[in-house]
Design a protein around this ligand. Structure first.
Ligand SMILES: NC(=O)c1ccc[n+]([C@@H]2O[C@H](COP(=O)([O-])OP(=O)(O)OC[C@H]3O[C@@H](n4cnc5c(N)ncnc54)[C@H](OP(=O)(O)O)[C@@H]3O)[C@@H](O)[C@H]2O)c1
Length: 210
């Protein structure tokens, strides 16, 4: 498939690009930092600014014939005020871009707990969860085929190729999350589903989110 990765220069975005390449997909990698983007080998590269570029500019910059978009961009948790413009408005801009470029499938990396308003005052970064919550709601009503993966705290531990949909362990390996994001391209179990993801023992391809 021809897959657009938004946030390819991020820690998880890079893991997603690697998974896509390992599985033989063509990758259009986007990032904000040109130097970081230039370091990603064997991809088509497009520098974009989700905050300062409008939808028509983004549409003109990106290639045609993209089959799916994986959105892994996000504000630093140290600057949750930026999440309004990246995790929320940036994500919604990319939904508009997807519709205009006829990209049928939109896979979004969100955050564990962000599917419910009950998290807004649980953590010390409520604005971050508000932005994720509303981006998810808008994606679900966008008409695009969606998958929303909400990982727990991301770690650099070795992948186990297993996970859990239930909150037993509040963390998960980035590489395992990347594999689920890429698996969502083809796995019908993940289509039009939104689910939290934790470390666990179920093989990734056998996860069955409701
Ligand atoms: N870290 C965690 O524990 C955790 C847990 C659950 C969910 N998440 C979510 O998972 C996702 C990936 O996390 P991560 O740790 O891999 O993030 P990260 O390393 O901080 O990467 C963020 C990405 O967003 C891009 N970006 C930032 N501002 C942009 C802009 N104005 N225009 C275009 N792109 C922009 C960055 O581009 P440049 O690098 O090129 O500037 C980078 O590619 C995020 O949505 C995060 O909220 C994280």
């Amino acid at each position: 498939m021809n897959v657009l990765v938004v946030g390819a220069t991020g820690r998880n975005g890079m893991a997603v690009v690697k998974q896509l390449q390992d599985q033989g997909h063509h990758v259009v990698a986007t990032g904000h930092n040109p130097a970081k983007l230039a370091n990603i080998p064997s991809v088509e590269r497009v520098v974009i600014d989700l905050v300062n570029e409008d939808v028509s500019t983004l549409v003109k910059k990106l290639p045609q014939n993209i089959d799916a978009l994986i959105f892994t961009a996000g504000a630093s948790q140290a600057r949750p005020q930026d999440a309004v413009w990246i995790d929320l408005d940036g994500a919604v801009k990319m939904m508009d871009v997807a519709r205009q470029l006829d990209i049928p499938q939109f896979i979004m990396e969100s955050a564990a707990g962000a599917g419910s308003r009950s998290t807004f005052d649980v953590y010390d970064i409520p604005l971050y969860y508000v932005t994720k919550y509303y981006a998810e709601r808008i994606l679900k009503s966008s008409g695009l085929t969606y998958t929303i993966v909400r990982p727990a705290i991301l770690t650099d531990q070795a992948p186990t190729r297993t996970a859990s949909l239930a909150n037993n362990v509040p963390q998960i390996s980035r590489t395992d999350v990347a594999e689920v994001l890429v698996d969502a391209l083809m796995n019908d179990n993940f289509k039009n589903k939104a689910f939290d993801l934790f470390a666990g023992t179920t093989p990734l391809q056998l996860l069955e989110p409701k």
